[in-house]
Design a protein around this ligand. Structure first.
Ligand SMILES: Cc1ncc(C[n+]2csc(CCOP(=O)(O)OP(=O)(O)O)c2C)c(N)n1
Ligand SMILES: [Mg+2]
Length: 376
């Protein structure tokens, strides 16, 4: 029995140390039945109007883990265990869930600073992410990146970027590399509604279309760029229409629905794999928390927030599991306990980990020996 199968069948957590590198790569994410499907060769990635129990179980456990991890992050920030910038994804989890079931482990993700959830979804361990938030040496960026700069080469997660919109160009560059190497891989390049107003988007869309790059541009429209609403930044409120100027296919998607996200992303990914080039998806979502940890949120009403919470994707998924698949309270509790334990273990790991040593300071820094410094 493969390690993921052992786990999903409730026979215990697979011990990654017993397995080969390749298996280990999956073990990090083996808690999920999607990976079970992937490893065992079951067909998971189909366009669907109805989804299987396994899919909903996967979405539920993944989204719950992302939510609980970030709730804990918020608490730890308040306790000053975590410092610096910190942007939570809470409310936007259905996007991560739908993107995961529509892609392969070899596909690449790149995003902005609101990066914790997509990194964990992509298979980075909660431990390595929590340690990074703490600034510890065992963190995914060796404790030198912090909240905004998660990175996981093995998991094909290319950051974590603090400059608004910068990753749009870098994402297209990753896609160029895949095309150049002749792989079947696709890049999912995430950015916010605020980033959509950057010039970088237009330069990148132009070249990505010209070169038919295998990239899906995913605008996570959570309606605000810091405290500025979409309607205060442009006359073009439908961001997906920006693609029209470049004859790029595009779509508007309900980001509170993992089902809709899955189908839209899968259609786009399939197009890219079949050499059909890029797609822009505007996925309409909502963040329940402030922009970062110091945001009084005066720019929105409580009613608006409540309206979105009514459509909470985790609650929605749980209702379907209970109503359509007769998942019992005991099964739900098992998942909840597993998630709780994983988050607690991640905190303990971060607490127990060492700080980076002083000689790490000048490592992993890009330098060019013959750079023409101005010395006058
Ligand atoms: C080039 C640049 N300009 C300004 C900032 C400051 N800034 C940080 S986040 C942000 C808002 C971006 O909003 P959006 O793209 O909608 O992403 P969200 O935070 O909603 O996920 C701004 C203006 C920055 N980091 N980089
Ligand atoms: Mg935004």
């Amino acid at each position: 029995m493969c390690p993921a199968e052992t786990y999903v069948k409730g026979l215990g957590k697979p011990d990654c140390r017993e397995h080969t590198d390749e298996q280990q790569r999956f073990c990090g994410i083996a808690r999920f039945s999607a990976i079970l499907s992937y490893i065992c060769g079951l067909k998971f990635q189909a366009l669907a109007s109805k989804f299987s129990k396994e899919t909903y179980l996967y979405w539920y456990e993944l989204m719950l883990l992302l939510r609980r991890f970030e709730e804990k992050t918020g608490q730890l920030y308040g306790m000053q265990k975590i410092r610096g910038f910190c942007h939570l994804y809470i409310g936007q989890e259905a996007i991560a869930a739908g993107c995961m079931t529509a892609t392969n482990p070899d596909d690449k993700f790149i995003t902005a600073y609101r990066d914790h959830a997509l990194a964990i979804a992509k298979g980075m361990t909660a431990k390595s992410c929590m340690a990074e938030l703490y600034g510890k040496a065992t963190g995914c960026s060796k404790g030198k990146g912090g909240s905004m700069h998660f990175f996981g080469l093995k998991e094909n997660f290319f950051g974590g970027h603090g400059i608004v919109g910068a990753q749009i160009g870098t994402g297209a560059g990753l896609a160029f590399a895949e095309k150049y190497k002749g792989t079947q891989n696709v890049v999912l390049c995430f950015f916010g509604d605020g980033a959509a107003r950057q010039g970088m988007l237009h330069e990148t869309f132009n070249m990505a279309m010209l070169w038919d790059l295998p990239v899906v541009f995913i605008c996570e429209n959570n309606h605000y760029a810091m405290g500025t609403s979409v309607s205060r930044t442009s006359k073009t409120l439908d961001i997906y229409k920006l693609a029209d100027a470049y004859e790029m296919p595009s779509d508007s998607v309900d980001g509170m629905s993992p089902e809709e996200v899955h189908n839209a992303v899968l259609r786009s990914v399939n197009r890219a794999r079949e050499k059909g080039g890029p797609t822009l998806l505007e996925i309409k979502t909502y963040r329940y928390k402030g922009h970062s940890m110091s945001d009084p949120q005066k720019y929105r009403t409580k009613e608006e927030l409540e309206e979105y919470k009514e459509k909470d994707p985790i609650e929605h998924t749980l209702r379907i599991l209970q109503r359509d698949f007769q998942v019992t309270d005991a099964e739900v509790e098992t998942i909840q306990n597993r998630v709780k334990a994983e988050v607690e273990e991640s905190v303990q790991f971060a607490e127990d980990s060492p700080w980076p040593s002083d000689d790490e300071l000048l490592k992993d820094v890009y330098i060019q020996e013959d750079y023409p410094f101005i010395i006058d």
